[in-house]
Design a protein around this ligand. Sequence first.
Ligand SMILES: [Zn+2]
Length: 253
Amino acid sequence: MSKSKPRKTLTSATWAVCLSLLLIGGCAAQAVAAPTPDKILCRPELAASRRQELAERLREITGWRNLHFSEDGILRFGASQAEGGSQTARELLQKAARGSRLLVFEDASRRADVVFSRVVEGRWKKDAGTKPSVYLVQVDFKDFSHVMGDRDALAAFNVGWGVLHEISHAVNDSPDTERAGEVGECEALVNRMRRECGLAERAEYHFHLYPGQEQSQFKTKLVRLAFEHQEPETNKKRRLWLMWNAELVGGLK
Ligand SMILES: [Zn+2]
């Protein structure tokens, strides 16, 4: 996510990340052989605590209470019926699991060029012609820990929502908007998921400098991102805000 420029979509992505065959080659072979949901997995380096955090957020959103990462790092949806949650999120994950592309979660918490999350196309080092195309979903877990603001907006903006946004890019090839004041096609789908969960919706794709920050002499650069929540009793929309220090999270340039 960025302040002025949109995040690159798959169609405009010009960079690629090489994957080590040793790291996920075995998983890829398994993904081709089995028709069940093993197209979504994580790198072995993704710490157990990060996997648990991501799985917990996805359980909340999907209502799949048994969703988890298996020991070999594959995202399993679990056999139980959904309890609440978003039908659209479940459909997106099922579509990804049936698709031809491999989605690999990666911890990008030390990367300055990842603002919350992004998806980039990976490239096999060997035998690329015989392997499925692969997309790295890079998650900056630390960025999310810097976010503060209204509680109802915080519930609608975490690593779970971030990866669903990136998966939608990878599966639907839906773009982000370049215009201020708009949500964009990709985030509109994520907003539908939030609505199904009874949560606040993002009012805009881009974040902006907190009013007055342009003249600030301090190194801290506060930015804010707008959400709105429709109150069920009155049907009125309430504006909510999230904010963070963009010097820590990035995305200002
Ligand atoms: Zn995006």
